[in-house]
Structure formats: C-alpha cells, structure tokens
Design a binder for this molecule. Structure first.
Ligand SMILES: *Cc1c(COP(=O)(O)O)cnc(C)c1O
Length: 388
C-alpha cells in the first residue's frame, strides 16, 4: 500500500480545481445537468454521478476513495456517524424473521440497533463470546444472515479470529461486518481476511482531531451499491462536505499520529503494568493478554486505548484517581490528539444501552493516549495513583 500517496493525493484531481493543493469544499446540495439525457443518466446511477448531496458529493467522494484504498476495499460510503455506518450495514443485510450473531460486548449503540431497533421488526440477535470461533458456529440458525464483529472491542479488547469467522460465514452464505475502529486500517485489514463489510467510527482515529462525528462502511461494489440504494439514501445519514473536508485534513497525519500514539501507549502500558495499584491492564498488546497469538496473527500494531483495573477499595477511590488526573480530559469517545479518560463508574447502571448486561466492574478506567509527551502522562498517572 502506498500509504503516503493515499493520504496525501489519492482522489484529489487538482487539475479540475485550478491546481489548488487543498481540495475545495463543494458546498452544494444539488448538481445541474445540461440535458435531459444527462439527467436521466444521473438518475440511473446516482452513486456514479453528482445529483444530490444526500447521495454523492465531490468532496465526500475524495474521502471515500481514500478510506476504501486504506481498507483495501472496492468502495466505501461515508456517514454522519459511526453508529449510522454500522446501522446501515446491518439493516441492509437482514429482513423480518432473520437472525444475527454478534459479539458479546459490542459498542453500545451496535447492540442497540440489533437488539432494540431491528428487534422491533422481527430480527433476532444472539450475542456470543467471540473469542472462540466455535461459539459463532453453534449460534447459527438457518435464518442467520449476518455476523457482527468488533475486533478488538473498545473497552476490554476481546478479539475474534477474523479469517476463521469469515470462512465459516462464507461457507454458509452469511455476511460478515467488522467494526475496525480500534485498529484503524493501518493495523488490521479485515477485508483481506475475508470479511464482507468493514465499519469505522471515523470520529476516532481516522479524523483524529475530536472535531467531526463521522462513519465509514467499506466493501465490494455490489454490496456498497445495495447499501447506497437502500439504507444510505433512505436514512439520509450523510457526511456533510465541510466535515468530509476536515476529515481529509485529519487523515493526512493518520500514519504519524498512529506511530506516535503506539509508541507512547507502549511506554504508558509498561509503567501501569508494573504499578502496584493497578491490578490489570487490558490491551491487545498487554503482556498477559490470553489472545496474544491472535494479536500477532491479525494486528500489525497497537493503537492508544488501555483499560486499567484499579486496586481500589471503593468507588470513592476510583473517583479520587480520575478527578486527580490533570493531563487527561474526562469524556466519552477516543482516538483524538489529546489524552482522555473514561471511568466506567461514571455510567449509571440505569442508563441502558450505555451499560451492557453483565456490566463492567466500576474500577475500570479507560485511557485514550494522545500525542502528549509520554513522561508527562506517566507523571500525571503516578500522582493520581498515589491518591487511590
Ligand atoms: C464510537 C464508536 C462507534 C460509534 O461511532 P460514532 O461515530 O460515535 O457514531 C462505533 N463503534 C465503536 C467501536 C466506537 O468506539
């Protein structure tokens, strides 16, 4: 993959816009045609023409080309959020009476679309421990149409053997959708392993600047066209041209951001693993991860999420630690230039679907490592751990 070409040049047809190095934001809802025949062609293939920005827009199209190339996919659709991308992918694959198999602890709104929204239309979902491929096989029924994966997931980082699940699904004519937000296309390539659809919360690392909410869905032409004509156009969860432009800018530094984040995360993880007040560090590359062989098989590198299990007597101690961190912003989401913390203890158990069943322990705190100096983050963590 010619990464720097994809990030900096692919899809940018500069001769069409005065040689401008930064692409224009084509801030237009509609596109006009010179003749009836041209308009007819546009309607016949809306994905291949510019008709209406709910469908296709030239600035968004630049971004689609880049994200598709990063994932090694034939095509990509951009959405106004990662949740919209996952929802559109799932909705496109099922009808009333069908069955879905999903990993046990997906992103909360992925659970919500399968269980609550599609559940209202007669689609049933089985949630299974995805660390063992046999669990997918035993959950299949003759109405299973889709397997939803998230490898690793974004709190405790369980992984699925993507090649093995893809092989099982393909042999039964079942589609697979994998959320690849944690790894980014730089560190994991689900399509090369046989997965049909790859979803991203592009809000996270792909944009990387905590200023855009966006989603991506990548796959073969024929599935992407089916999703375009179906849920994409009907739900209307488009990415606005200006947000696409910001994302094109964010993507330019994806590779150096991820290198820096991986290096800092490794340092922070080593510090935390050795600290007596930290019972466990969850991360795919953690030294005690039972899935170490799978990590080596399908992940090329780390990103910057780490979840700590604190040796805390009570929730008040967890709060002292969290409130004491000065270099981490306390908030939802992750994947930006700035370091963040997300305490599980901040989620009230009644706030479903934010909290999945089999709730996570209250002494878990997730860190998203940003671009700060590693020593600064480590000193901050050291001081906050002393308050436990
Ligand atoms: C944030 C997130 C999503 C949803 O993305 P939005 O852009 O917030 O809609 C989906 N999957 C994972 C793993 C996430 O972390």
């Amino acid at each position: 993959m010619d990464l720097s070409h994809i990030l900096n040049h692919l899809g940018e047809d500069r001769e069409r816009y005065f040689g401008a190095v930064a692409p224009p934001i084509v801030q237009s809802s509609i596109f006009a045609f010179p003749t009836v025949a041209a308009m007819r062609d546009g309607f016949r293939d809306e994905l291949g023409h510019h008709v209406y920005t709910r469908g296709n827009n030239p600035t968004v199209a630049i971004l689609r080309k880049k994200v598709a190339a990063l994932e090694g996919a034939e095509d990509c659709l951009m959405f106004g959020s990662g949740a919209a991308a996952v929802s559109a992918g799932a909705i496109a694959c099922v009808a009333g009476g069908d069955h879905v198999v999903c990993v046990a602890r997906p992103y909360s709104w992925t659970r919500a679309v399968l269980q609550d929204l599609l559940g209202r239309f007669g689609v049933t979902t089985s949630f299974v421990d995805g660390t063992d491929v046999a669990n997918f096989e035993s959950a299949l029924t003759d109405r299973t149409r889709l397997i939803v994966l998230e490898s690793p997931n974004s709190m405790t980082f369980e992984q699925q053997d993507l090649a093995a699940v893809a092989k099982l699904a393909t042999s039964r004519g079942i589609r697979t959708l994998c959320d690849n937000s944690w790894a980014t296309p730089l560190n994991q390539s689900p399509i090369a392993l046989g997965i049909d659809l790859v979803a991203h919360s592009a809000t996270k690392y792909l944009n990387g600047h905590s200023d855009v909410v966006a989603g991506a869905l990548c796959g073969r032409h024929e599935i992407i066209e089916e999703i375009f004509k179906g849920p994409f156009m009907t739900l209307g969860a488009l990415l606005a041209p200006h947000d696409a432009w910001l994302m094109i800018r964010g993507l330019r530094t994806l590779s150096i951001r991820m290198q820096r984040i991986a290096a800092t995360s490794a340092e922070v993880r080593a510090f935390l693993e050795a600290h007596p007040k930290v019972r466990k560090v969850y991360a795919p590359f953690a030294s005690d991860n039972p899935q170490v062989a799978l990590t080596a098989q399908q992940l090329r590198g780390s990103s910057g999420l780490l979840t700590l299990e604190l040796d805390a007597r009570d929730v008040a101690a967890v709060e002292r630690f969290c409130d004491g961190l000065k270099r981490f912003l306390m908030t939802v989401s992750w994947g930006g230039y700035e370091s963040l913390l997300f305490p599980v203890a901040a989620v009230h158990p009644a706030d479903a679907p934010l909290q999945p069943p089999g709730a996570l322990p209250l002494n878990l705190v997730r860190l998203s490592i940003g671009l700060e100096e590693p020593a600064v983050l480590i000193r901050d963590l050291e001081e906050a751990l002393a308050r436990l």
